[in-house]
Design a protein. Structure first.
Length: 183
């Protein structure tokens, strides 16, 4: 049983599969938070604001592919592992390509009844890497949330004149510089 708290983003469009995955997670993870989304826009929002420890994703989604989810995850934070849980990857070459593209693993949905057994070693590897960076991980999570909230606030400001526009542009540049120095 995994005792470390995990924040999990599940990208899954089938409600039944999401429930089965959650049920299987309860067998191996004592304490976890799960956010379920079914499209790339909600996944992107969750990656920015929920800041998961791991992403579990189906490969075949109505609005995108799993590779889109993987690319988006890597673009936002290359340190967040992504594991595919899918019925689509039945082609060995496609499965190999997902690993080469940066996925941390994949599990076929045909193994849903033993998903916990297949997923546990992959999650233990995620935990091992998390523990090494525990303090830093929490500081980075809080900083990213704060930066995203600032960006959201700046986006909501209505520019009344050129001077305000320039000031907000300068604030964004300074935030980016600070954010890049913290990564």
């Amino acid at each position: 049983m995994i005792n470390t708290k995990l924040r999990i983003l599940l990208v899954e469009d089938e409600k039944t599969d999401a429930e089965l995955i959650t049920f299987q997670l309860k067998k191996i993870v004592e304490n976890f938070e799960i956010k379920v989304v079914d499209n790339i826009e909600d996944a992107t929002h969750a990656l920015h604001n929920y800041i998961p420890d791991v992403v579990l994703s189906d490969y075949n989604l109505p609005t995108c592919t799993g590779l889109d989810v993987l690319t988006t995850t890597q673009d936002i934070d290359a340190n967040i592992p992504l594991i595919f849980i899918t019925g689509t990857i039945n082609d060995e070459e496609l499965a190999a390509n997902t690993i080469l593209a940066g996925a941390s693993g994949y599990i076929l949905k045909k193994h849903m009844n033993i998903l916990s057994e297949k997923l546990e070693p992959l999650l233990k590897r995620v935990i091992f890497e998390m523990i090494e960076k525990e303090d830093l991980r929490e500081k980075v999570r809080k900083n990213k949330i704060a930066v995203n909230q600032i960006y959201s606030y700046l986006d909501d400001i209505k520019y009344d004149n050129e001077e305000q526009r320039k000031s907000i542009f300068e604030i964004r540049k300074k935030i980016n510089k600070i954010d890049l120095n913290n990564d």
